[in-house]
Design a protein around this ligand. Structure first.
Ligand SMILES: NC(=O)c1ccc[n+]([C@@H]2O[C@H](COP(=O)([O-])OP(=O)(O)OC[C@H]3O[C@@H](n4cnc5c(N)ncnc54)[C@H](O)[C@@H]3O)[C@@H](O)[C@H]2O)c1
Length: 467
């Protein structure tokens, strides 16, 4: 009873604040009525309608970017429409560039083909990248195309077209060699193999050796969840995390990811690094000009650093390290994140005697030249039907997730409790509603550079959507 009261009173406050900001727009009035009831945000149909209408409202001439309806869309419905930004002169409204997903996937595919991938390799690799953008994980989609994949191919430390070989195989396990080809292609191959084994024998576990950056771990766990399996995947990466009570970057940001099917429109997918922040987040703090939270970064002197600009500079020089989930020291349980990061590094290297730490930093310390970063990954699929009915399992999962989201909310919080995978699902809905993904200036420039470098791309993409 108490929790219902807390929620209703928070909800009433939101509605009255919105109404107070009176606007004659009928579209705005419709949005307001869609917010209508305290459980509207749980109804997929209402959420989708809200998303489409919010986008239409954002496109209205002279819309006020600071209209609280956008904040409500983000906090109550999880629909984060990139609101129009007023130009510095306070004059006309400058809209963000939104590019259609299909166009963007085709562009990325054409880039991979240009770099020498087969049709299959280009199709799958661009699919993994566009999926990150659809889920709102901007750090791992288009944003990685040039700096991580194209530039590394150009540097000769990653190869676009390499065969995948199975080194050792049993009914339930396999060791796969990626031959330093695209991790974006090796990853889906391995998880698909794990799922096939799970469907036949209950469980499939695949380890990849000599792979490269495979993108978002959640892609692989979600693949398994969508096939009726529990999915589990992780990868090691160049050294960034210092051990608890240490200051040297030793472990990758090593995501550890589970995907678990549910009866809802999206599975439970916990997909994150084992560090407090991954590098991309510190770069974002830099772009936003804000400090890095204390405890997320430690330098060689043992000082917990917050000066984002200095951190970015010193990280390149190896003078700063990220801290594991739980933060620096042991007060907030940093040793737990340290343990998880180590677990991932072990599972990625110990089965296949793979390198770690300095050996996967991408630079030869003696010559300063780029060198390959042979990474390891693991993929586990557990066929749920081997243990119980999938339908029952999904219902049980859904019931637990709904109970969590329906539990008592913090009166100081944003008014929502989420479960993992939900925000990514919301991003997909809202981005689909707005007609695609936002492409910031820096990424537009990456696309222009790639297009201008390659005659076939220049011919096909004479004019990009933002030109
Ligand atoms: N390939 C690599 O080397 C590598 C390394 C590190 C990270 N990554 C990827 O980077 C991406 C981002 O990682 P990150 O560490 O920045 O993730 P993050 O800190 O943004 O956390 C994302 C996860 O937390 C969940 N989540 C977020 N807010 C929540 C809330 N309030 N309640 C419940 N769940 C919530 C999300 O649903 C998602 O599962 C991931 O896809 C990860 O796989 C890849």
């Amino acid at each position: 009873m108490k929790k219902v009261f807390v929620y209703l009173s928070a909800f009433a406050t939101i509605v009255s604040v919105v109404q107070a900001a009176t606007s004659p727009s009928p579209l705005r009035a419709e949005l307001l009525s869609l917010i209508g009831s305290p459980s509207a945000h749980l109804d997929t149909k209402i959420r989708n309608e809200f998303s489409t209408k919010l986008q239409a409202f954002a496109d209205t001439p002279d819309v006020d970017p600071s209209d609280i309806i956008f904040a409500i869309g983000a906090s109550v419905f999880g629909i984060d429409i990139t609101t129009p930004v007023k130009k510095a002169d306070g004059g006309s409204v400058e809209k963000p560039v939104i590019v259609d997903f299909d166009f963007m996937k085709q562009f990325m595919k054409d880039v991979f083909l240009t770099y020498g991938c087969t049709e299959d390799q280009a199709e799958i690799s661009s699919e993994v990248l566009i999926e990150s953008d659809k889920r709102g994980i901007d750090s791992h989609g288009l944003g990685r195309l040039k700096p991580i994949y194209c530039d590394r191919i150009d540097k000769g430390i990653l190869w676009a077209n390499k065969p995948i070989s199975i080194i050792k195989e049993t009914e339930t396990t396999a060791l796969v060699d990626g031959n330093l080809g695209l991790g974006l292609y090796i990853g889906p191959y391995c998880m698909d193999l794990a799922i096939q084994k799970a469907k036949k024998y209950g469980v499939g576990f695949v380890v990849a050796q000599r792979s490269t950056h495979y993108g978002i771990a959640g892609y692989y766990s979600q693949m398994a969840a969508e096939a009726g399996c529990v999915g589990f995947s992780g990868t090691n990466a160049r050294p960034s995390i210092a051990p608890t009570f240490g200051v040297e970057p030793m472990l990758g940001t090593n995501p550890l990811c589970f995907g678990i099917p549910s009866d809802e429109e999206f599975p439970f997918v916990i997909d994150c690094a084992t560090s407090v922040n991954q590098r991309g987040k510190i770069e974002r703090y830099g772009r936003e000009g804000v400090s890095t939270p204390r405890g997320a970064v430690i330098d060689n002197e043992g000082i917990e650093r917050t000066d984002t600009e200095g951190i970015l500079r010193d990280m390149v020089l190896g003078k700063c390290a990220l801290t594991p989930v739980g933060g620096a020291g042991d007060k907030m349980g940093g040793y737990k994140g340290y343990g998880w990061a180590t677990t991932v590094e072990l599972l990625c290297t110990a089965f296949q005697s793979g390198p770690f730490g300095e050996e996967v930093c991408g630079v030869d310390r003696e010559t300063g030249k780029p060198k390959p970063m042979p990474l390891g990954h693991f993929f586990l699929a557990i066929n749920i039907e081997s243990i119980c009915s999938l339908q029952t399992f999904k219902r049980n999962t859904g019931n637990l997730l709904r109970a969590l989201r329906g539990s008592m909310k913090s009166p100081k919080g944003p008014g929502r409790i989420y479960t993992a995978g939900e925000l990514e699902n919301e991003a997909r809905i809202s981005r689909t509603g707005q007609g695609g993904m936002p492409v910031p200036k820096a990424l537009q420039q990456n696309m222009i550079d790639l297009r201008n470098q390659h005659p076939n791309l220049k011919e096909k993409y004479g004019k990009l959507p933002f030109e």
